[in-house]
Ligand binder design. Sequence first.
Ligand code: ADP
Ligand code: MG
Length: 451
Amino acid sequence: METKGLWQAVLGELEVSVSRASFSTWFKHTSIISEEDGHIVVGVPNIFTKEWLEKKYHDDIKAVLARMNAGINSVEYKVSTKKSGTVAGNKPAEAPAHTKSPVTTGTYTPPSCLNPKYTFDSFVVGASNELAYAASQAVLKSPGQKYNPLYIYGGVGLGKTHLMQAVGNEIQRRDPSKRVEYVTSEGFTNEFLSALQRKKTGAFSAKYRNVDVLIVDDIQFLASKERTVEEFFHTFNTLHQSSKQIIISSDKPPQAIAGLEDRLKSRFASGMMADISAPDLETRSAILQSKAAAQGIILPASAVEHLARHFQNNIRELEGALTQFIAFCELRGIEPSVAAATGLLSNIVSTRPARRAPAPKAVIDRTAAYFDLKPADITGLKRDKEIVVPRQISMYLMRNELGLSFPKISAVVGGRDHTTAMHSVSKIEKLLEVDENLRADVQAIKERLTL
Ligand code: ADP
Ligand code: MG
């Protein structure tokens, strides 16, 4: 097989086994630049990708290559400046890391739009956020250069704002002359509408188009207000064209934002996308330990783990539980133990208002909205793949979140045979075990159900 075809085949295999964001980040601009005596040299766009492939994907890449061509026995990665051409030796293509600016030896004053507590130091890295973390570090190294825009997406309370502001804070700390602007998409909208009213749009444009780093949080709320979107679009283009860094967050990938213009979707997707998912137990425990340590409190690992087990999908809730736990122990003058944690949890559980279960219609509506479909598509008869999978997901959620019976689910989803519902639910259950993207989708819809 010719090397180009071989690499295409390898990428084809890898694409289905890694998340969409990881794939486009790490594999998009790679190629085989030489093959000799079973030794393959893979060209990568920068040192950062090189390290990442070596660390995270080397075994997978090797295994797939060996399967395609038994003669291949070793693989190495080289930074290649051209897409499929010469190799730039060992010289990193990355700009040299910033040296600390002498002016930053004193205390750093963040711009008012940034929260100084959101730093890289206070951010705990685990499997759920390492891609987004690494991407943010890369942006920090050479803002505006490669990963532009950086698009971070994931569920509520998983650290998107923290991470983006950490980049802003660190860029500002290293170089106080840099103009960093952070705004939520709602803030952007409101400010623009008010400028419009006061006939001050010129000043508004000047403010956002003359920054070095623009951070826009929760872009999914940049509603379809036409003039605001237009203004944002031009701001984006102006900054992008002059190589100013743009960082965007959202609760879902650009393609999945209902009502977002295609031209914005494609611009967002053109940069670097990184997802953050719910942290595993180990990461949750580490976050708790680090937050406690920041307050000068050392907690026993067992108590931490006990708390971490109870709060799985939202780090903000986890932090809230920690604060309550510390207060709970202090007020009662007791040691922070597992027993104390259990006592606290029973309190929290009993005082929390019971959540009303969402109606089946809500499941259909939210699932449809998430996939940019109409509720009638879900309950209708069309068999297109784009509709069938969301339909199956909605049945899965009705079964697992609402506990509905199969005949009831079938009735709700357009009067299908109840074996169809059974089949759909078990199909999604099986897929969830292997399909990371599907897991993220289902998780995102679940979060919306409880809003
Ligand atoms: P999001 O913007 O994704 O909704 P936030 O960035 O507001 O989430 O994070 C919610 C809270 O959880 C914040 O207080 C943040 O400091 C904390 N947090 C999230 N992820 C981490 C992490 N990896 N390490 C430490 N704290 C975290
Ligand atoms: Mg946020």
